[in-house]
Design a protein around this ligand. Structure first.
Ligand code: NAP
Length: 244
C-alpha cells in the first residue's frame, strides 16, 4: 500500500504471538504501530521492544470482552493519530472446556464467542470512523482453517480430527463479518479480508503448530499492505484462497 508510510496500524492481541509479529512487520514497512493489549504491562513491554528495534510503537488498552475499552481506545487514537490506516483483528482465544459438538461446555463456547466474535465486532465498530478518515484503508481479520465450512465438511481434510465447536464456529462467524463488512465498505475504500495463519507454534496451541510465528504472520501482513485495487471480501492463506 504505497500511501501508508507514517500512517497508523492497530493490531489487537499484539503483545505476543502472531499479533506481535504482524505489528513488527507492519512497523518495518513504515507504519506507526499501536499495540492493543488487555494487560497494560504486557502491552507496554511489547511496544518498548518494537521501539528498541527502531519501530515507532505505542500501546493502548483493549480487552475484547469489554466494548467500552474499544471505544476509549478509539477516542485515544482519534486524539493522537486522528485516523487509522490498518486494523488487524488478531486477538483470539481457545478454551480448554471447548470440544466436539457433544462434549463442549456451553459456557466455554460463550466465552470464546465473547472474545473471538463479539469482541472483534466491537473493536471494528469502534474503529470504523477512524478507518473511513484514512481511506483507502484495510481491515484484516485473523480467522482459521477451522472456521472453514467447506474444510469441516471434508472428512479427508488434514485437520478433520480437530473438533472444537466453539472455536471453529467463532471463526466461521468472523468470516461472515468479513464478507458483510467488505461488501458494505467497498465504496468507502476499505478492503476487508480474512487471513488463515496456518498451524503456528504459539501459546494458543502449546507451541504444537508446525509453522514459525513469522510464517504465521505473513498472510495477514500481505493483506494489510495490499494494493488499493487488491482483493476484498476474501479468505486467504499463504498458499492462496481458503474456501469459506
Ligand atoms: P496467542 O499467542 O495466544 O496470542 C493471542 C493474543 O490475543 C494475546 O496477545 C492475548 O493477550 C490476546 N487476547 C486474548 N484474549 C484477549 C482479550 N479478551 N482482549 C484482548 N486481547 C486478548 O495466539 P496466536 O496463535 O498468536 O493467535 C493469534 C490469532 O491467530 C488468533 O485470532 C487465533 O485464533 C488465530 N489463529 C492462530 C493459529 C495458530 O496456529 N497459532 C491458527 C489459526 C488461527 P494475553 O497475552 O493478555 O493473553
Amino acid at each position: 500500500m504505497g500511501s501508508s508510510a507514517g500512517m497508523s496500524a492497530l493490531i489487537t492481541g499484539a503483545n505476543k504471538g502472531i499479533g506481535l509479529e504482524i505489528a513488527r512487520q507492519l512497523g518495518q514497512a513504515g507504519l506507526r504501530i499501536i499495540i492493543a493489549a488487555r494487560d497494560a504491562e504486557r502491552g507496554a513491554k511489547a511496544a518498548q521492544d518494537l521501539e528498541d528495534e527502531g519501530i515507532a510503537a505505542r500501546h493502548v488498552h483493549i480487552d475484547l470482552t469489554d466494548p467500552a475499552s474499544a471505544k476509549q481506545a478509539a477516542e485515544n487514537i482519534r486524539g493522537r493519530e486522528g485516523a487509522l490506516k490498518i486494523l488487524v483483528n488478531n486477538a483470539g482465544i481457545v478454551d480448554p472446556q471447548d470440544g466436539s459438538q457433544e462434549q463442549a461446555e456451553l459456557d466455554a463456547v460463550r466465552r470464546i464467542f465473547e472474545t473471538n466474535f463479539f469482541g472483534t465486532l466491537a473493536v471494528t465498530q469502534a474503529m470504523l470512523p477512524l478507518l473511513k478518515k484514512a481511506s483507502p484503508a484495510r481491515i484484516v481479520n485473523l480467522s482459521s482453517g477451522l472456521g472453514s465450512l467447506t474444510f469441516n465438511g471434508d472428512p479427508d481434510w488434514e485437520y478433520a480430527g480437530y473438533k472444537l465447536i466453539g472455536y471453529s464456529a467463532s471463526k466461521a462467524a468472523v468470516n461472515m463479518l468479513t464478507v458483510q463488512l467488505a461488501a458494505a465498505l467497498k465504496d468507502a475504500g476499505i478492503r476487508v479480508n480474512a487471513a488463515d495463519p496456518g498451524f503456528t507454534a504459539t501459546d494458543l496451541n502449546g507451541h504444537r503448530g508446525q509453522q514459525t510465528i513469522p510464517q504465521g504472520a505473513a498472510e495477514a501482513v500481505r493483506l494489510a499492505l495490499s494494493e488499493d485495487d487488491g482483493e476484498t471480501g476474501g479468505f486467504f492463506a499463504t498458499d492462496g484462497r481458503v474456501p469459506w
